[in-house]
Design a protein around this ligand. Structure first.
Ligand code: PLP
Length: 403
């Protein structure tokens, strides 16, 4: 029998509410203490920021962690600190948030798009190898959705060609590759603390690294070019004020205490949901196991085959699934190189060589992921119970039966 879909006024399959962010009275009390102390920010009262940085570095297993205003700035100052020059090429994929690409342009460098692995939607190391030229200076692998990129292969390509590796771990807080925390494998790793991310203070970002030279340079770039031991009005490098406040650091410290347990829950739910969804004709969860040991499931992604859903377009399927109570989204509408920014080369004042063009770029796997396949379930939903996962699968089957 066909059940009436929630989108048409029928009963919702999932009635659980999936709150985000998660907080309790302790978060509020600690934040209140900071407010009352009057020590809200600026380098003269940054003890809470410093404590959070130490805790985050310990959590990631790196020597250093440097907090800043957001994940985009974290990526940009990490790239600039690596010593890139105008016109240098940086290899990325087009299946990511705009910041991974825009910060390359904002560093006067050229984003070179290579395709994703269709099984994982992560950068394909074989495609990186083909794209390396004499101008290539860095690779920014994005651990998409919280699944580790194939870092062994990426690091060996980087070593062979003398490239820097900056991990975009903005989806990967607490995730691991061969037992190592994401962000701790490349020359630097960057995280975002924006509202939707698995560790959040509303806005914020951080760079982790083991490299002392990078540490000092990034520290200066985020602090108006000041250097340790220098005078207040003494500026050595072209930095800016990218510092975070004590209020953000207070929230991040209490949120960090929850991260490990939350990550384990998302990982377990993701593994379980895979086992349910792979049985549904026309639904294929992304593959796991190319070295990843903990998946942080910032997104739970599956491939949707509309031919098994009476040719129901992907966007309508996502709307129906949302109405059934599964927080989900159809994902990026197109690969980044299709955006007007790249097609029209609206690069503002940045010194991008005239010869650069994105008109002919074509990454088939990324295009298929955007246009035909991918559906994202949001990280807060992955904090639900095991029976919520059962209901997610039921909601999909309900739609399949009804359309
Ligand atoms: C969120 C995100 C960023 C940027 O982080 P902001 O804090 O929003 O600046 C960069 N890369 C990826 C993959 C992201 O998801």
């Amino acid at each position: 029998m066909k059940e009436k879909l929630a989108i048409n006024g029928g009963p919702k399959t999932v009635n659980t509410i999936f709150p985000w962010p998660v907080f309790d009275q302790k978060d509020i009390d600690e934040l209140t203490d900071i407010v009352k102390s009057g020590k809200w920010g600026d380098p003269d009262c940054s003890d809470i920021v410093a404590e959070f940085e130490q805790e985050f570095a310990d959590f990631c297993g790196t020597k250093y962690a440097l907090a800043c205003v957001n994940g985009s700035v974290a990526l940009r100052i990490a790239l600039i600190a690596c010593g890139v020059k105008p016109g240098d090429e940086v290899i990325i994929t087009p299946y990511t948030f705009i910041a991974t690409a825009s910060i390359v342009l904002e560093s006067n460098c050229v984003p070179v798009f290579v395709d994703i692995d269709p099984d994982t939607y992560n950068i394909d190391p074989a495609e990186i190898e083909k794209a390396v030229t004499s101008r290539t200076k860095a690779i920014i692998p994005v651990h998409f959705a919280g699944q580790a990129c194939e870092m062994d292969r990426i690091m060996s390509i980087a070593e062979k060609h003398g490239l820097k590796v900056i991990e975009d771990a903005c989806h990967g807080h607490g995730a691991e590759y061969r037992g190592k925390k994401l962000g701790s494998i490349g020359d630097a790793g960057c995280f975002s603390f924006q509202s939707s991310k698995n560790l959040t203070s509303g806005e914020g970002g951080i760079v982790v690294t083991d490299d002392e030279k990078l540490f000092h340079m990034i520290d200066s770039l985020r602090n108006v070019g000041r250097v340790k031991g220098g005078e207040w009005y003494e500026h050595h490098y072209l930095g800016c004020n990218y510092r975070i406040t004590q209020l953000q650091a207070s929230l991040l410290r209490s949120q960090l205490r929850r991260l490990e347990e939350q990550t384990r829950r998302r990982h377990e739910n993701g593994t379980y949901l895979n086992s349910l969804l792979e049985k549904i004709d026309g639904i294929e969860p992304l593959k796991r196991g190319k070295g990843e040991t903990i998946h942080s499931y910032h997104l739970y992604i599956f491939k949707y085959d509309k031919s098994k859903f009476n040719d129901l377009p992907k966007s309508e399927f996502a709307d129906m699934l949302n109405a059934e109570g599964v927080p989900c989204f159809m994902g990026y509408p197109e690969p980044l190189y299709k955006q007007a920014l790249f097609q029209e080369k609206n690069f503002m004042c940045y010194a991008i060589p005239e010869s650069v063009s994105y008109k002919e770029v074509s990454c088939k796997n990324a295009e298929r992921a955007c246009y035909n396949e991918s559906i994202w379930i949001m990280q807060n939903a992955m904090l639900g119970s095991k029976s919520d996962m059962d209901l997610f699968a039921s909601a999909i089957m309900k739609i399949q039966n009804a359309v």
